[in-house]
Design a protein around this ligand. Sequence first.
Ligand SMILES: NC(=O)c1ccc[n+]([C@@H]2O[C@H](COP(=O)([O-])OP(=O)(O)OC[C@H]3O[C@@H](n4cnc5c(N)ncnc54)[C@H](OP(=O)(O)O)[C@@H]3O)[C@@H](O)[C@H]2O)c1
Length: 278
Amino acid sequence: MSKTVLITGCSSGFGKLAAKTFQAKGWNVIATMRSPQKETELTQLENIWVTRLDVTDQASIDATVQQGIEKYGAIDVLVNNAGYGGHAMLEQFTDEQTLAMFETNVFGLMRCCRAVLPHMRQRRNGSIINVTSMAGYLGLPLSSTYSASKYAVEGFTQALAHEYKPFNVKIRAIAPGAFGTNFSANTDNNFENGDDETRAFAQKVGAHFQALAQQMREQGGEVADPQEVADLIYTCATVNEMPVHNVVGADAKMLLGMKNSMNQQEFIDQMEAMLIPN
Ligand SMILES: NC(=O)c1ccc[n+]([C@@H]2O[C@H](COP(=O)([O-])OP(=O)(O)OC[C@H]3O[C@@H](n4cnc5c(N)ncnc54)[C@H](OP(=O)(O)O)[C@@H]3O)[C@@H](O)[C@H]2O)c1
């Protein structure tokens, strides 16, 4: 019998690619998104049920999980992919914007876990895969709010992995580097907020980042293929021995390799020299 995966945030990016990857491997896919009425591609594929789930709306999560189990008999894997970024200094984010990011990236993800865990625990079978970020390992300037949300999920994942191992429910995190999805377009940038000094500093750091990215492109840095992330999600769902924490993308592997090769303060000093313009 085919297995079933529920994926959040399937309207674009990693979520959509993951839905197509599982479908191509013969899985039943519950491809969830906030606006399913707009979807034209996944709805054409067999064994994909496109349905509305907003991770900030508990009723939509409960209804999807209940109907998914009725429809397919079980949910074997949950992929918590829905999320968005934010670039600006902390002072440029309002409290509402900060809470909104945590509502989606952290509390929404926790809600989805809470909704499927009784089912997985009782079956003594299941996997949850949380899409985090390299920002969940590194504090980058202009990413304090986003980084805090992704660090939270990395810690949550590790704790949950311990809690549910005795029940044969596997919990994993995948931390991507930078990939060309709709992520940048959906990022909550607040460079216009704040006082003159804050705005000027944020713009200067932002411009420096862009110059660094351009320099890396000119040095022949490969364009990262988001399918790599979808493939790793599938591997985490199907290979028993995968670690709790997984990193994907040449940039993330390079920076985390650096982080692991030196003491914490040395790493922070090197990052500062690279990321903060004079
Ligand atoms: N691309 C990168 O460079 C990168 C790097 C590291 C980590 N990530 C992480 O990867 C995940 C997927 O991002 P992506 O790169 O694929 O970007 P994306 O193309 O913007 O996809 C994000 C998805 O999340 C959905 N979403 C946002 N808020 C939601 C909510 N409240 N409920 C349900 N769905 C919601 C979006 O739906 P709508 O269409 O309704 O907005 C969209 O489907 C995110 O968690 C992101 O933080 C991305």
